[in-house]
Design a protein around this ligand. Structure first.
Ligand SMILES: CC(=O)N[C@H]1[C@@H](OP(=O)(O)OP(=O)(O)OC[C@H]2O[C@@H](n3ccc(=O)[nH]c3=O)[C@H](O)[C@@H]2O)O[C@H](CO)[C@@H](O)[C@@H]1O[C@H](C)C(=O)N[C@@H](C)C(=O)N[C@H](CCC(=O)O)C(=O)O
Ligand SMILES: Nc1ncnc2c1ncn2[C@@H]1O[C@H](COP(=O)(O)OP(=O)(O)OP(=O)(O)O)[C@@H](O)[C@H]1O
Length: 495
């Protein structure tokens, strides 16, 4: 009933009764399909939900939440709130009876590494026989089911429903990637986090957050609301700011690192082509760990997950087994083809820092050349230009050949983006080709390759489609690679 749903919500009743049944929640008029739906009208960046109230009512909405004084000539209940997004979060949590109060919720935030850290955490907790759900860029995993969604951190109704579903399936822990958008747009309001995990911070999403300070403050807000402890990267300058912030707030924290003094650290690290080994140092003992992914970034992601499990009381043997049990994460340094001649890797690197670090991780083990296929999605304008140029710079410095192509061009002109990235590579004297069509770019990389080369296809990782304008085209990089290699070998045999 609406009377219980509005608990702890500050509102003004503009019309109608509170004594009404609520069958569903919606924030998009196009998604209303049930009678007795509560529709929250959000004033957005592009549209305004208030302009779509009548459509929502026509589809079944009977309770409308608004931010303005209005009256509607229909038998609906109309409540006014100060902030519709915050109200959506409160109503969603109430609708599912505040599930996070009964869930061990762990939030992972930072620019890069959230997904692998989340999967490492899930694996460790499950070694310790504590079932764990995941909400991440790859999807929401509850038991054996994985539901894909467009967001890294979905909107509040979906989140609260997922938490509720985890509890109903006897899953007591949830590890969730928390994006800066979700923090700024109140998607995770009314979610009680026990632990917050910070990976790192580097430029991204600046068209939305305007500058690094604003971006940092959005991320920092997660660590101001954790109930138990913050897990912080001592080697990252923003991680050290979060240490200071936690001290000031009197919040418990634990640090991890490789370079700086930290509570949990990795020493004697040895890097190999497909994995790394190191000695894990903790306040209560040391042990050897193997991470089945190459490069320093995965040692960091493993340390973040280890520190989270450690402060949550999981035994070191389960921690070790949990990290070592993760052998693949979709689209994260995923080897989609490997032979004596060439290796083809698909990876989700889509920021300057991520791309640079992935290239640095694989470089020591490449006998031939690195052929990089990549595109950049960044919004129009100065911040977008900065990102495109910065990624072009990484390609110029760290790849032998760059094939500049499209990522998800979405509403933008793909040729413009490719030209701009290529101009940045050109200025630095890099070696590049421009091929707007991503499938052709991948095929050309294979044609160009010689024995000993590694092809890195960066940017889309786990994604299975490409967004061109309003068109979502199925796009499977592993399939494209394998089909091309098969047809190439057929061609060679026929000759
Ligand atoms: C920048 C951003 O986050 N935008 C979010 C924002 O969109 P918006 O304000 O532009 O929405 P809008 O189009 O103006 O519409 C305003 C309201 O009217 C409603 N509407 C609109 C039209 C209509 O016919 N009927 C109707 O009811 C809309 O559903 C919306 O509630 O509010 C919408 C819901 O209210 C979100 O779906 C939308 O996410 C968009 C789709 C998005 O792409 N977000 C990305 C950038 C994002 O959140 N990314 C992060 C980080 C990913 C990462 O780390 O890489 C993520 O967590 O995924
Ligand atoms: N610790 C790290 N530091 C820098 N780059 C990293 C790190 N870990 C992974 N990466 C790179 O960033 C890419 C994205 O990593 P991951 O998917 O874990 O990040 P994410 O934080 O989930 O990103 P998003 O929020 O955009 O989904 C990886 O494919 C890899 O190229």
């Amino acid at each position: 009933m609406l009377t219980s749903l509005v608990e702890n919500l500050t509102f003004v009743r503009l019309q109608g009764e509170l004594n009404r049944e609520v069958m569903a929640l919606a924030f998009d008029s196009r998604q209303v399909s049930d009678a007795n739906t509560l529709f929250v009208a959000i004033g957005g960046f592009n549209a305004d939900g208030h302009d779509h109230i009548l459509e929502a009512i026509a589809s079944g909405a009977t309770i409308i939440i608004v931010e303005r004084n209005l009256l509607i000539n229909a038998p609906v209940t109309l409540l006014k709130v100060d902030n519709a997004r915050a109200a959506l979060a409160r109503l969603s949590a109430n609708f599912y009876d505040n599930p996070t109060q009964r869930l061990n919720l762990i939030g992972v935030t930072g620019t890069n590494g959230k997904t692998s850290t989340a999967y490492f955490i899930k694996s460790i907790y499950e070694q310790a026989r504590t079932p764990t759900g995941v909400i991440s860029t790859i999807g929401t995993q509850i038991g054996d089911k994985n539901n894909k969604h467009n967001h890294t951190t979905p909107e509040a109704p979906y989140l609260q429903q997922s938490f509720d579903s985890m509890l109903k399936n006897n899953i007591g822990n949830c590890v969730m990637e928390v994006s800066s958008h979700s923090l700024s747009l109140q998607r995770i309001d009314c979610s009680d986090f026990n632990i917050g995990v910070f990976t790192n911070l580097s430029p991204d999403h600046l068209e939305f957050h305007h500058n690094m300070e604003e971006y940092f403050q959005a991320k920092a807000s997660l660590f101001q609301r954790t109930n138990k402890v913050n897990v912080l990267n001592a080697d990252d300058q923003y991680g050290r700011r979060l240490v200071k912030m936690s001290k000031d707030l009197g919040t418990e924290f634990i640090t991890y690192g490789i370079e700086q003094d930290a509570d949990i650290s990795a020493i004697h690290i040895k890097y190999f082509a497909n994995y790394s080994i190191f000695m894990l140092r903790t306040p209560t003992g040391n042990l050897h760990i193997r991470v089945n992914f190459p490069g320093k970034i995965y040692v960091y992601n493993a340390l973040a997950a280890i520190s989270c499990a450690y402060v949550d009381g999981i035994r070191l043997m389960d921690i070790k087994a949990g990290i070592e049990a993760v052998t693949a994460i979709k689209g994260r340094l995923e080897v989609v083809y490997n032979s004596d001649d060439i290796k083809v890797i698909v990876d989700f690197a889509h920021t300057e820092d991520g791309l640079a670090k992935v290239l640095a991780s694989i470089r020591p083990f490449v006998q031939g050349r690195i052929i990089l296929v990549f595109g950049v999605y960044a919004a129009k304008g100065e911040k977008g230009n900065d990102k495109r140029r910065a990624m072009g710079g990484v390609a110029a410095h760290l790849a032998d050949i760059a094939i500049v192509t499209s990522d998800n061009p979405k509403e933008q002109d793909p040729q413009y983006i490719v030209d701009e990235v290529a101009a940045a590579i050109d200025e630095l004297g890099g070696n590049y080709y421009k091929i707007v069509d991503r499938k052709m770019a991948i095929e050309n990389a294979i044609d160009l390759s010689e024995k000993g080369d590694v092809i890195l296809i960066a940017g889309k990782g786990h994604e299975t489609s490409q967004i061109l304008g309003a068109y979502v085209m199925p796009f499977n990089e592993a399939q494209i690679v394998n089909q091309k290699i098969q047809s190439r070998s057929r061609h060679v045999v026929m000759k």
